[in-house]
Design a protein around this ligand. Structure first.
Ligand SMILES: O=P(O)(O)OC[C@H]1O[C@H](O)[C@H](O)[C@@H](O)[C@@H]1O
Length: 273
């Protein structure tokens, strides 16, 4: 599968697959890999890659009639440009509607994914232009899989006070704790949509703090399958859940209503502090 390597002059690098418009790897300057990519991931046309940053569009999860998480993550994207700047490296990928997408979703659109690495940060921007004659609505996410050394020693800061939907318990609640502890010491089997995320989140483990910010995407999904669900995922090793936590920039609570001719933009930025 076609894959691009982005390297900034300061040594930061990322690799991006044209299959799915999918970021596979990100290494900040002077640091190790920050994303989780399953060693059992299939790299097969028509299937989603497990790990990295899948693009979910035009439907998040099973919240609608389309295949789970939509079709953007399973189609071939085109490369628009790739360049190295004085202190960064940037690639822009594109996905337009075609016969395959119109069969599932009868709209004219263009998605553009911009990936920029520089120093200690990764910036990912997803833009959607409505190229048809009528308004359409969609939900979407940058389904980022963060690598962790040990889920039991990981926490996620910044969710306190946010309303969320627990997709496992199928109920809403308000987050009462400032440190979300996933894994055996906290919440095993975690799948929550936090609404109206207007602040920085920080993934913390010993010796590492990773800041996560977003614009345009109003919500953040926090997901870890835990041991039981993980065992049912053929493209994950049995203990893969211990090595990852998804913190996804998403727009789910209020689907985007995009008039003809207009463009919506969402961003997620990761910075190793
Ligand atoms: O297995 P996938 O189709 O890639 O979905 C993986 C996960 O994505 C999101 O985080 C959803 O909130 C989860 O409910 C889902 O299980």
């Amino acid at each position: 599968m076609s894959r691009l390597e982005l390297t900034s002059p300061d040594g930061a690098c990322a690799s991006v697959s044209l299959h799915g418009g999918h970021i596979l790897s990100w290494r900040p300057a002077g640091a190790e890999e920050q994303l989780y990519l399953s060693p059992r991931s299939e790299f097969t046309p028509g299937k989603a890659i497990r790990g990295g940053v899948p693009v979910c569009f035009p439907q998040f999860a099973e919240r609608g009639p389309l295949p789970k998480h939509g079709f953007a993550r399973t189609l071939a994207w085109e490369l628009v440009s790739q360049e190295q700047g004085a202190d960064d490296a940037l690639a822009v990928l594109r996905l337009r509607d075609g016969e395959q997408t119109r069969r599932l979703w009868p709209h004219g659109f263009e998605l553009e994914l911009s990936v920029r690495v520089s120093g200690r940060s990764l910036d990912v921007e997803l833009a959607c232009e409505n190229r048809g004659g009528e308004a359409f609505s969609f939900t979407a996410a940058l389904h980022t899989y963060l690598r962790v050394a040990d889920l039991d020693a990981t926490s996620l800061e910044g969710l306190n006070g946010l309303r969320y939907f627990d997709s496992i318990l199928q109920r809403e609640a308000t987050e009462r704790i400032s440190l979300l502890l996933p894994g055996e010491k906290g919440v095993l089997d975690l799948d929550r949509i936090y609404f109206g995320v207007d602040r920085e989140l920080v993934l913390a483990e010993e010796g590492r703090r990773l800041a996560i910010t977003q614009q345009g995407f109003e919500d953040a999904v926090v997901w870890n399958p835990g041991p039981e669900r993980c065992a049912k995922l053929a493209d994950m090793p049995p203990d893969g859940w211990r090595r990852m936590l998804c913190v996804e920039a998403a727009v789910v609570g209020h689907p985007v209503e995009l008039p003809a001719g207009e463009t919506w933009v969402g961003r997620q930025s990761l910075a190793l502090l």
